[in-house]
Design a protein around this ligand. Sequence first.
Ligand code: UDP
Ligand code: MG
Length: 315
Amino acid sequence: MDRLAIVVPCYNEEEVLEIASKALREVLEDLIKKEKIAQDSFILFVNDGSKDRTWELIEQEHAKYPVQVKGVKLAGNVGHQFALTAGLITAKDMSDVTVSIDADLQDDVNVIEEMIDKFHAGNDIVYGVRSERKTDTFFKRVTAQGFYKMMAMMGVKTVYNHADFRLMSKRALEHFSQYKETNLFLRGMMPLIGYQTDSVYYERKERVAGESKYPLKKMLALAFNGITSFSIKPITLITGLGMCIILFCIFAAIYALISYFTGNVVQGWTSLILSIWFIGGVQLLAIGLVGQYIGKIYMEVKQRPRYNIEKVLED
Ligand code: UDP
Ligand code: MG
């Protein structure tokens, strides 16, 4: 039987911690009863440097339910993506399969069973996908969906409407732990792992209590990091823009020369206007070109694993 670890990053979640612990313990009990996971499956709360009573509550829960509830205390606040990674890497050595979920129970805990079923059906990663965004504000919905589209345009593979609610097998995590990059954008990294994957669909709910720990500023930072950690397309765009301007320069030259010969220009305007456009274009092109090399260096220093061998047939 496979040992399941449910990894929950928590930052100032004192209002929801006990509710989350109870809901997740019920899920574990149910799955154990149905003999889908091992008896010693557990929840791993990761305290991301909370300033409130979150860690005390995690300790309390652990004292009450030593088998089902475990905790990791990070020394300070490192942010959701790092806290989750810390939890996943810790859980990897203690379990056969992990599910990551937010503490606020916005993601439907009832689809964890479906995730486990899909895991048993041979999937190494199962993505939780929001089928509806009714509870999100209009603003969050539009910006989020625009973001997924933009990522696709930039050539980054992401699962549409999937955040960080997902199941991962031990071997998927084993491979993930070889990604040493410090600019983490987990939902962009997981599709790079490969293996057979599937999705489960659910409706995203309201937070059970407390308020969002992701203000607009953090959301924008995550989105920007997502693009710049995975794509050097923005640099290519600069190169393209430089070329466009140089091309435009030809038309500007024709226009300027016609104006010059028809005589209604101020002395010196023609040469000045042409220089401005031409030099501007050449500069952009040059910056873009230098950028292309920096982009390559950037991708090299990440030292990402270049492939993931699933099976070798020998003899
Ligand atoms: N979180 C964290 N560290 C942070 C910010 C958030 O571990 O610095 C956790 C938080 O406790 C929650 C999850 O990340 O479990 C998602 O945060 P939240 O629900 O506030 O984001 P939203 O759903 O509003 O996007
Ligand atoms: Mg939330």
